[in-house]
Design a protein around this ligand. Sequence first.
Ligand code: SF4
Length: 477
Amino acid sequence: MESWDKLGEECGIFSIVSHPEAARIAYLGLYALQHRGQESAGIVSSDRTRLHIERGMGYVADLFNEYRLEKLPGDSALGHVRYSTSGESALWNAQPMLIDCWRGPVALAHNGNLTNAAQLRRELERDGAIFHSTSDTEVVLHLISRSRRRTMQEAFVEALRVIQGAYCMVLLTPEYLLAARDPHGFRPLTLGRIKESYVVTSETCALDLINAEYVRDIEPGEVLTIEGNSLEYQFPLPKKKPSFCVFEHIYFSRPDSLVFGRTVNTSRREMGKNLAREHRVDADVVVPVPDSGVSAAIGYAQESGIPLEFGLIRNHYVGRTFIEPKQSIRNFGVKIKLNPVREILQGKRIVLVDDSIVRGTTSKKIVQIIRAAGANEIHVRITAPPLIAPCYYGIDIPTRRELIASSKTVEEICEFIGADSLGYLSLESMLGSVDKRNRYCSACFTDCYPTDVVYDDRQRKLFNDTDDPPPAEAPDA
Ligand code: SF4
């Protein structure tokens, strides 16, 4: 299959404490978070004495049924959907991870990427630790298990003091749940409530589905303890400069989610409006690349006065694999996901709005199928600046070498994808389109990382064999 050259999502977490249907609610929550990871899914439940686990490879709806949910008794649950950014896509890396240590059973779910995982793993292995996975998350379980601290909360915090990088972590024991967001706050983590039960989840769209109310964001560096219906919080970690991932608003999060203080839909519309101001063009119709380009295309159409039309229809039911025809069909990989609507595109000058160009191969194919549908002109507009550097914080951005914008000018990219013109949103306008009260990470656009990255061969292996050189000493981004 031709690869779909879009960025990989990361992971999603959903947890609930003290609810009579905890596992079923977690299942629904994961269903809402499916866009954050489609490789594997899992739920751990607590019946207050034991933890029970069900997990597997594939979509939430395919993995869980009545039979499996019946095997998850108890009133607390922790769920996870995974896209692998560290460690390969395999069942042994699926989450939540569940271990039995001298403290008792512990389950852990992680969204993010630890930048010193390989170094920590090497030290632990030298000390006799045996790993069962290639995921950075297992490092944290070893740190917790080896800690001499008296309580699980203290051991968890001790482990958090050692790890670096991006993490939202939720830990479940038979008695209580702990949740933490890293001091930079790279990834979102939200606290909600459904009647007396607390919910911790990656995105608010999961709260909406189960009729839970949004309480607040979990702050960078905050650690929550939820036991029954009571909640305690603390800030035990050194304070760091906030670095919220701006890509959550560009691409990863759902448009209906409230992320870092505003809905993703609002940010994307603002990006579209700013894009229209920066890269105006005479055209007949604005066409989004669905789904992430839709809100921005609405903004572009509103600002430019050019009508919006859905000239590309996305097939949402494409599974992980499918059987290709023996005789090759041109642009098959893209066509299976996107179908052009000829009556909208034929004879028109098109503004095509998309969120990013990674390698350029998919953009090229989309331009080809729109042209084949009879478009006269295609003007590609991107709601972010050129992607030039990889991400070390949990987003599967390919190596620097594979990113087309790291070695080609905008004009060269335009020529490569076969568009009539190409315009990227400027960094200033992108950051002006999200909630300006926050500080953001935009390292994949600037090559300025907000943390040091310990990067060696082992880390490279953990991070899926990327061939990038280690980033320079992290400047103050
Ligand atoms: S490098 Fe890019 S994708 Fe990664 S955290 Fe920063 S903004 Fe997000």
